[in-house]
Design a protein around this ligand. Structure first.
Ligand code: MN
Length: 231
């Protein structure tokens, strides 16, 4: 027996400062998880958490010290940045209680949930799925991971994004509506989590459009920064 078409290689994220990698299984994303961002999107910020997904091969893995290039995607005139803290699951499980959730997190990275806002807006209006707005190729740039054993678990910490040197998003992980432990509790009641899963935990306020040539620099205190040029 052999494959009848070429098998795709696994998607892997480097672990900062090592030759090790983290193989990716699934990407879960949390919607509207900072109050001020929920408000800018026209909501109160008091709803239960909700989730969407991106395929693992939508990641744009940017090695440490490099600047990645994200090709400007097709069919949009409103490509938005969303800077996010990403939690990487090391130990799977279902119905994980928030009190034990941190035991399931291997490490953390800085990621961008890039969004074709015009297509997402149209989908929302028509009650259609979000994939065309959220799950397109290269829609999830990510920097190398650091293990929780080095960073501690994130309940606070500055999170920010600059575009061409100007501040666009600046907040703190302590302002998450559903913190990482609570997010894992909710998510694992819906899906069985497994090693290799990533959770994009949501973006603070300040989302806006980018253009070809823009340089995005995302930071979360204690993690390697994420540098992406829009190609
Ligand atoms: Mn997002």
């Amino acid at each position: 027996m052999s494959h009848v078409v070429a098998a795709q290689p696994p998607v892997e994220i480097p672990v900062a400062g090592t030759a090790d990698t983290f193989p990716v299984r699934r990407i879960y994303c949390v919607g509207r998880n900072y109050v001020e961002h929920a408000k800018e999107m026209g909501f109160t910020g008091r709803e239960p958490p909700f989730f969407f997904m991106k395929p693992a091969d939508a990641l744009l893995v940017v090695p440490e010290g490099s600047t990645g290039t994200m090709p400007y995607p097709s069919r949009t005139a409103d490509l938005h940045h969303e800077i996010e803290l990403v939690a990487a699951i090391g130990k799977g499980g279902r119905d994980i209680a928030a009190a034990h959730a941190h035991e399931h997190v291997w490490g953390y990275a800085v990621g961008l949930d890039m969004t074709r806002r015009d297509l997402q807006g149209e989908a929302k209006k028509l009650g259609r799925p979000w994939e065309v707005g959220k799950a397109f190729d290269h829609s999830a740039p990510i920097a190398p991971l650091r293990p929780a054993s080095a960073t501690g678990h994130y309940t606070k910490g500055a999170i920010s994004l600059e575009v061409n040197g100007a501040s666009r998003q600046a907040s703190d992980v302590s302002l998450l509506i559903w913190n990482i432990a609570e997010t894992i509790e909710h998510l694992s009641s819906l899906f069985e989590l497994a090693p290799g899963d990533l959770i994009f935990t949501g973006t603070p306020e300040g989302v806006a459009a980018v253009s070809r040539g823009d340089l995005l620099v995302g930071r979360v205190e204690g993690l390697p920064e994420l540098r992406v040029r829009i190609g």
